[in-house]
Design a protein around this ligand. Structure first.
Ligand code: KIV
Ligand code: ZN
Length: 392
């Protein structure tokens, strides 16, 4: 049996998993600025920190809970009394608090990290959920390293935590090891086993560059919560990128008919704000929010784009908050694109004028990575194009 509805909840962990990675730490006021943007963006659950980890994380959860009382705020805790109490304390001002408690379930983690038996971990997981439920109604349990956990044991753990009161069961691909069909199979099995008793969630890391693909496979198999971050920041290679999964679902409704609560026009502004707050931005060719995500350079592409944008653009940049697509003028650009830019700059060239400027432009572009507008204007003037003189 699959989940009863097609609404997929976006659980944002930019301020927790994202923030705990190198170069991404944020102060409490910075987290509050980011939280405000995430709220505008419409994330369903906002994980604001790991309160036992530091005073700053504790305060961040408390301040986010105070500032945005209508938002579902989550605090992370290990499956221990001290952690859960600290998380509960930080969430006191929240109207819709969620305690997110976790313990590793794979044999590798049990043997080398926890040095505990499967039975011990099973009991601790259920006890942690029960304790968390004594503080809040909304408890999420995560089976850390779920994708490398023996599936029958994982089923037992999921059953036990739901019986103890967990409403959401998260199955992280903690080390980004899974591949999409395998991931879908695992999620589908747990979804069928739990039926409608809990929401199954995914949390995919990107070590093999498959976090978004794995998350999509999970949703198709019945997961109804996706944990993700702006710009895909997070431990090591990062987490599932929020903007990518959201736009994949929105753009491909024919294959992915799921509903989201995200206001997509805030995606790019959210990415920009995060870049301002941490020490790095997305790579230029990053889908959706990278500097080149809507830039066209090849002549054939520019020509098609100028005739009809949909020839080379599957998303209207405005729908993600990017003002408009850009034509990057470089050595692959054709006359059509150059003429378009000249007109944009206020110069209407005859065919001969355009030919002269184009030759100059190509010689220049061959030596450079991109040609700036000022350089194009200089070329027009160099060729003493009458319309350029008139424009003076
Ligand atoms: O990657 C992971 O397993 C986690 C859990 C704590 C949810 O971040
Ligand atoms: Zn993680």
């Amino acid at each position: 049996m699959t989940q009863p509805h097609n609404r997929v909840y976006i659980f944002d962990t930019t301020l927790r998993d994202g923030e705990q990675s190198p170069g991404c730490s944020m102060t409490v006021p910075e987290k509050l600025r980011m939280a405000e943007k995430l709220v505008e963006l419409g994330v369903d659950i906002l994980e604001a920190g790991f309160p036992i980890a530091s005073e700053g994380d504790f305060e961040a959860v408390r301040e986010v809970s105070k500032e945005f009382p209508w938002v579902q705020v989550a605090a992370l805790s290990r499956a221990t009394k001290k952690d859960i109490e600290r998380a509960a304390d930080s969430l006191k001002p929240a109207k819709r608090p969620r305690i997110h408690t976790f313990i590793a379930t794979s044999d590798i983690h049990l043997k080398y990290k926890l040095k505990k038996s499967r039975q011990q971990v099973l009991e601790e997981a259920a006890a942690a959920v029960e304790l968390a439920r004594s503080y809040v109604d909304d408890v999420e349990f995560s089976a850390e390293d779920a994708t490398r956990t023996d599936i029958e044991y994982l089923e037992e753990v999921c059953k036990a935590v739901v019986a103890a009161g967990a409403r959401t069961v998260n199955l992280p691909d903690t080390v980004g090891f899974s591949v999409p069909d395998e991931h879908g199979e695992m999620i589908g099995r747990i979804v069928r086993m739990l039926g409608y008793t809990a929401i199954v969630s995914v949390h995919c890391h990107d070590d093999l560059g498959l976090a978004v693909a794995n998350s999509i496979a999970a949703v198709k198999a019945g997961a109804r919560q996706v944990e993700c971050t702006i710009n895909g920041i997070g431990e090591r290679a990062g987490n599932c990128s929020l903007e990518e999964i959201v736009m994949a679902i929105n753009t491909r409704q024919d294959r992915l008919p799921y509903k989201l609560g995200i206001v997509t026009e805030h995606l790019y502004p959210a990415s920009q704000l995060l870049t301002e707050l941490i020490s790095f931005g997305p790579q230029p060719n990053k889908a959706i929010v990278g500097r080149n995500a809507f830039a066209h350079e090849a002549g054939i592409h520019q020509d098609g784009y100028l005739k009809e944008k949909s020839t080379y653009e599957i998303i209207d940049p405005k729908t993600v908050g990017v003002p408009e697509g850009r034509l990057v003028l470089g050595k692959h650009s054709g006359r059509h694109a150059l003429n378009d830019r000249c007109e944009h700059l206020g110069y209407s060239l005859t065919k001969d004028e355009l030919d002269a400027v184009y030759d100059d432009f190509i010689a220049h572009a061959d030596r450079k990575k991109g040609v700036m507008d000022e350089e194009i204007v200089a070329m027009i003037r160099r060729h003493s194009v009458p319309s350029a003189i008139a424009a003076d």
